[in-house]
Design a protein around this ligand. Structure first.
Ligand SMILES: Nc1ncnc2c1ncn2[C@@H]1O[C@H](COP(=O)(O)OP(=O)(O)OP(=O)(O)O)[C@@H](O)[C@H]1O
Length: 623
């Protein structure tokens, strides 16, 4: 009954201790049902039949205790009667009936459990999918924000089982209510005040329980950052990519220690609350046990005085216990619904996030004639500062790139080269100025269409633990089964030589996580990622340090056929290697968020500015 634990194992969001609902008030409990219509809608939409089945089973189960107690009363009176008449048949009939009712009642419970489990599984998948779908619409900046992460975690870990719990608890509430009312009717046959006592006794326990439920929830919100940190340490300790360094730097115990410290800290914080909650609940429960004993005494006395039959005695005592139990279940049901409501509220809050960057209502058409292989790009006075940062990464940047032109971006680490690409693909929007593509502001285009026109491989490109074919094919989903095209793209990036050596060729699983997976080297992964960019049917190709992991020979081979690779596409590439950079038609030198030089390799060498300086520095190293 008092079954909701203070959850000690799940990360919550750091809502801050100054939340506006920081103080517990009892009337908040009655707002416990505010999420109910939405939750019901969610569960209903997931599986109407199971939802109805759960409701019907709950109602049927509600009547069972009263029926069972009534038959017990009849049985005992029957036995007393049989002693007088020496006719055992009526008793036999009643025992048989009791048996049937008992089996039926167990059957209802079993079916109820089955239905709830099935519904639970379905709803949890649905909720996860809803969360994933929402995440899919939100822009990159959300994923770089710790508070968002907290909420995402909380939504995906807690809210998955809470909705069904909430619904089943509501149905349980209905069931108990039916039991309760039928019991009160039985009890009223003897004394009205017995019913009243049974009603009043559980109230204090209810108030205490709701208060602790609320405190547990608040605590989890505060502890969320620590919990996420623990999860992070856990991930670091158990993920292959970290394992090498952890072993060689002997970091294992260091991270375990960090984890342990946080775990113990949370344990200490929760211990007192946990003990208080259950001890308080125990004390209040004892009160109802005492009240029941008193009722028992009174009714027994009535039986001794022969005012009621032996069957009535059993009926009244059992009913008294049932009334107080079911009332208690109703109240604790409300308080746990309240707790679930708080958690489910986070899910709905999460689902209400609106992306900052989205497609316009009436997007302009970006379809380009098949014959046109490249697209023009223009930055007009673009300035950008990352959220939460003070200094601008890009300051009033303007440039034009003609269709089919190949441009290289050079500059020091942190100069803003990758940021420029992020703006071009609308992972972020500029604070000032505008970016044009095909003569229009990119904000006028449908996001999906815009991104289809740009093939980007970032420095921290993704390594999908899927087959080699799929790793390349995801660059152009419609052609993922087209092995010919996949092979051709692999050939362009030099990935074909890597894949040919794999046990199952293009169908070989990559990465170490799944059965028969092969881990590739950094350079080999990069060739696969490059092939993914080449397969894309995009008019602008952006390669952010595309060859940083390739050996000199491989890089030479990729860039020897550079023109063939870009095939008249507009190409933007970022590189720190001047052997690569000099292949570009034009080179932009970025420094302190501005383009300080702009021209071909020869022009910039002749200019003898920053580019020439950087170039000579690198050339020097090879002399
Ligand atoms: N998501 C982010 N939030 C806040 N600041 C960021 C974010 N990403 C990058 N920055 C900051 O913006 C600046 C420019 O980063 P950017 O990645 O564009 O540099 P880059 O020129 O590509 O560098 P590199 O040559 O090292 O790849 C850096 O100072 C970096 O710290």
């Amino acid at each position: 009954m008092q079954g909701h634990m203070i959850n000690m194992g799940s990360p919550m969001r750091g809502g801050g201790k100054n939340n506006k609902s920081d103080k517990f008030e009892l009337n908040q409990v009655f707002s416990a049902f505010t999420s109910l219509p939405r939750v019901l809608k969610l569960v209903w939409a997931t599986h109407p039949t199971l939802t109805v089945a759960m409701g019907i089973l709950s109602i049927a189960r509600g009547f069972m205790p009263a029926i069972s107690i009534w038959i017990t009363k009849l049985l005992i009176d029957g036995v007393v009667n049989s002693i007088k008449t020496q006719d055992f048949f009526p008793v036999f009939q009643l025992v048989l009936l009791q048996l049937i009712i008992e089996v039926f009642s167990r059957l209802l419970n079993t079916l109820g459990n089955i239905v709830q489990q099935l519904l639970q599984e379905r709803v949890s998948v649905r909720v996860q999918v809803l969360i994933l779908e929402k995440s899919n619409t939100l822009d990159l900046s959300f994923f770089e924000n710790p508070e968002f992460y907290d909420k995402l975690r909380q939504a995906s870990e807690q809210s998955v089982f809470r909705p069904v719990q909430m619904i089943s608890q509501t149905f349980d509430l209905g069931r108990t209510l039916i039991t309760f009312v039928s019991m009160i009717f039985l009890l009223l046959r003897l004394e009205w005040w017995l019913a009243a006592v049974a009603l009043i006794v559980p109230i204090p326990a209810f108030i205490a329980d709701s208060r602790y439920g609320w405190m547990g929830y608040q605590r989890m919100r505060w502890q969320s950052p620590e919990r996420r940190q623990m999860q992070y340490f856990n991930m670091v300790m158990t993920t292959d990519t970290y394992n090498k360094e952890i072993k060689l730097f002997n970091l294992g115990n260091f991270f375990i220690d960090q984890y342990r410290k946080l775990g113990y800290k949370l344990y200490d914080e929760n211990k007192a609350l946990l003990i208080r909650r259950y001890m308080t609940s125990f004390l209040w429960l004892s009160l109802s046990v005492i009240a029941n004993a008193a009722i028992y005494l009174y009714v027994a006395w009535q039986a001794v005085l022969s005012r009621i039959t032996l069957g009535d005695l059993t009926l009244f005592t059992q009913t008294a216990v049932q009334v107080s139990q079911s009332f208690q279940s109703i109240l604790s049901g409300i308080s746990s619904t309240y707790e679930n409501n708080l958690f489910v509220g986070t899910l709905f809050e999460f689902l209400e996030y609106k992306p900052n960057i989205s497609s316009p209502e009436k997007p302009s058409d970006l379809t380009v004639a098949d014959t046109q292989k490249g697209l023009d790009v223009e930055f007009r006075n673009v300035s950008f500062t990352y959220p939460g940062k003070r200094e601008a990464v890009l300051k009033n940047v303007s440039f034009k790139i003609a269709p089919g032109e190949a441009v290289a971006l050079v500059g020091r680490n942190g100069a803003g080269k990758t940021t420029l690409v992020k703006l071009l693909t609308r992972l972020y929007d500029p604070d000032e100025g505008e970016i044009l593509m095909g003569g229009r502001n990119i904000k006028e285009y449908d996001l999906k269409e815009l991104r289809e026109q740009v093939g980007v491989i970032f420095q921290d490109y993704a390594t999908y633990f899927m087959s080699a074919r799929e790793n390349i094919g995801v660059g152009r989903l419609a052609e993922i089964e087209n092995l010919e095209l996949v092979t051709a793209s692999a050939h362009k990036s030099g990935a074909d030589a890597v894949i040919d050596k794999l046990p199952k060729g293009y169908e070989s699983m990559l990465g170490r996580w799944f059965t028969e997976g092969t881990q590739l080297s950094g350079g080999e992964w990069q060739k696969i990622a490059l092939a993914r960019a080449f397969i894309r049917d995009a008019r602008i190709l952006v390669l952010d340090e595309p060859t940083s992991s390739l050996d000199a020979q491989a890089e030479y081979e990729v860039f020897a056929s550079f023109r063939e690779l870009t095939e008249g596409k507009t190409a933007i590439f970022i590189s720190h290697r001047f052997s690569t950079v000099r292949l570009a038609d034009r080179i932009f030198v970025l420094e302190n968020g501005e383009i300080i030089e702009n021209g071909s390799h020869h022009e910039l060498i002749a200019l003898d500015g920053r580019y020439a300086e950087l170039f000579n520095l690198q050339a020097e190293a090879y002399r």
